[in-house]
Design a protein around this ligand. Structure first.
Ligand SMILES: *[C@@H]1O[C@H](CO)[C@@H](O)[C@H](O)[C@H]1NC(C)=O
Ligand SMILES: *[C@@H]1O[C@H](CO)[C@@H](O)[C@H](O)[C@H]1NC(C)=O
Ligand SMILES: *[C@@H]1O[C@H](CO)[C@@H](O)[C@H](O)[C@H]1NC(C)=O
Length: 422
């Protein structure tokens, strides 16, 4: 009776095709679902951590230095390890604190949403995401040693309901993107596609990034250098640390093809103080402009649109009657706002879907906020302006790819096909 053995043999082969298991398991890219929380306007990612794996909701902080997790409530994992003082992992975190009794490396976990920092232990555990071919999620891929900061429960105040931590996507070695790239030997690069509703997506590693119906949105990117701010912009930091946030070189602002007069000094990063410049943030729900820039942009927008101004609704300063405003594929038909980068040909064009927000029936507001005089950073591009735009952060090449509105390409960030093909 040889035949049963033969069929077993062939079954084995069809399940494991002709590549080595290690090869087959190493993913080329990973994918992460990211949803917008309507109550807080935060963007929440769903990861898996620990042994056994548990689902971990964490608020996305693009400029966060590392993953921060509540270790006080029910953290139970057989693979949890404290990071030792003076170890390579501790050095990678640029830590200068050490708890001598426990020989544990110390860091400063921060919650930027409530502007609170505290001290915490650096730890190491399994982090798991879905692999992807760019079209669908595939098998889970677990990185065995991902360094994170253990935070006390109180640090989670102000975060979206259910969030157990903050996912720091900063450009430093212990930021989540660099750690995943090191764990799976792929390029130090990730892409973020924040949704206005539904479930958006983040990719780690190489494209394609395919959104339904079959649009490879990695083809739509325009590039600008990522700049390093030599002075940390975190709430608390060790002296001499550079910022781990993503700065870009906006050189002028144009409304409906007319340049807006702004103080150029404010657009540059002051290398000594770290003040000025433009960064991208998922902490601010709307773009925040230094006061003189804000006034200039509002003035230009009001002139170009000729809209009928109505009483402003907080936090906005310029609201108008939406009657008679046409609608387009890329939102209400209002003047476009361009952030011009390294040359006149490279600009991030902001259309109605990202520039104005409906606050009540018949009332739209310019979705920009006055940041007051002498803020730390002159332009902080916030979440609303990022929605349904693909942003690719290439840390290896220090450049940002941006797509402008995907609505032009008849897709949205909520169109990744999350049906697994594993
Ligand atoms: C922690 O996990 C282990 C193994 O899964 C289990 O036996 C133990 O009861 C858990 N402890 C708590 C406090 O949940
Ligand atoms: C431009 O901004 C800088 C930095 O805040 C300030 O020192 C300078 O006086 C400003 N220039 C003008 C013309 O307002
Ligand atoms: C999503 O992916 C699944 C698995 O590959 C496929 O069966 C399904 O047709 C896809 N959905 C759409 C709308 O294309």
């Amino acid at each position: 009776m040889a035949s049963p053995r033969f069929s077993l043999f062939f079954l084995f082969f069809s399940l494991f095709p002709f590549s080595s298991p290690a090869e087959a398991q190493r993913p080329k890219a990973l994918v992460l679902p990211v949803a917008k929380d309507a109550a807080t306007l935060q963007y929440v990612a769903r990861l898996h951590q620990r042994t056994p794996l548990v689902s971990l909701s964490a608020v996305v902080h693009l400029g966060g230095a590392f993953l921060e997790v509540d270790c006080e409530r029910g953290y139970n994992s057989s693979t949890y390890r404290p990071v030792r003082c003076r170890s390579a992992q501790c050095n990678a975190a640029r830590s200068r604190m050490c708890s001598v009794e426990t020989n544990t490396c110390g860091v400063i976990p921060t919650n930027p949403f409530i502007q609170t920092s505290t001290s915490g232990d650096l730890a190491d555990d399994v982090l798991s995401l879905s692999s992807t071919n760019g079209f669908n999620p595939g098998r889970p891929a677990a990185a065995p040693h991902v360094v994170f900061a253990c935070a006390p429960t109180f640090l989670l105040e102000g975060l979206a309901k259910g969030a157990m931590g903050i996912a720091g996507l900063g450009r430093n070695p212990v930021g989540i993107p660099s750690q995943l790239a090191a764990a799976f030997s792929f390029r130090r690069k990730f892409a973020l596609c924040l949704p206005s509703g539904g479930v958006g997506v983040a990719f780690f590693g190489n494209g394609p990034y395919v959104l339904l119906p079959g649009r490879d949105v990695s083809q739509r990117l325009i590039y600008t250098p990522l700049l390093v701010n030599p002075v940390s912009t975190a709430g608390a930091y060790f002296e001499g640390e550079p910022s781990v946030e993503y700065f870009i070189g906006v050189t002028s602002i144009v409304v409906n093809t007319k340049p807006v007069t702004v103080n150029r000094t404010l657009l540059a990063i002051d290398k000594k103080t770290g003040y000025g410049g433009t960064k991208i943030s998922t902490v601010e729900p709307y773009t925040v402009l230094e006061s003189s820039i804000y006034k200039a942009v509002v003035g230009a927008f009001a002139r170009e649109s000729g809209l009928r101004r109505v009483a402003p609704v907080k936090p906005f300063g310029f609201c108008f009657d939406s009657k008679g405003i046409g609608s387009t594929r890329v939102g209400p038909a209002v003047p476009q706002i361009d952030l011009v980068m390294q040359s006149q040909q490279v600009y991030w064009r902001i259309f109605g879907a990202n520039s104005v927000v409906q606050v009540k029936e018949g009332v739209l507001c310019l979705a920009f906020v006055d940041g007051g005089v002498s803020p730390r950073t002159s332009i902080v591009i916030g979440g609303y302006q990022l929605e349904n735009n693909l942003l690719e952060f290439d840390l290896a090449a220090s450049k940002l790819g941006f797509s402008s509105s995907l609505l032009f390409g008849q897709t949205t960030c909520a169109n990744f096909n999350f049906t697994s093909n594993a």
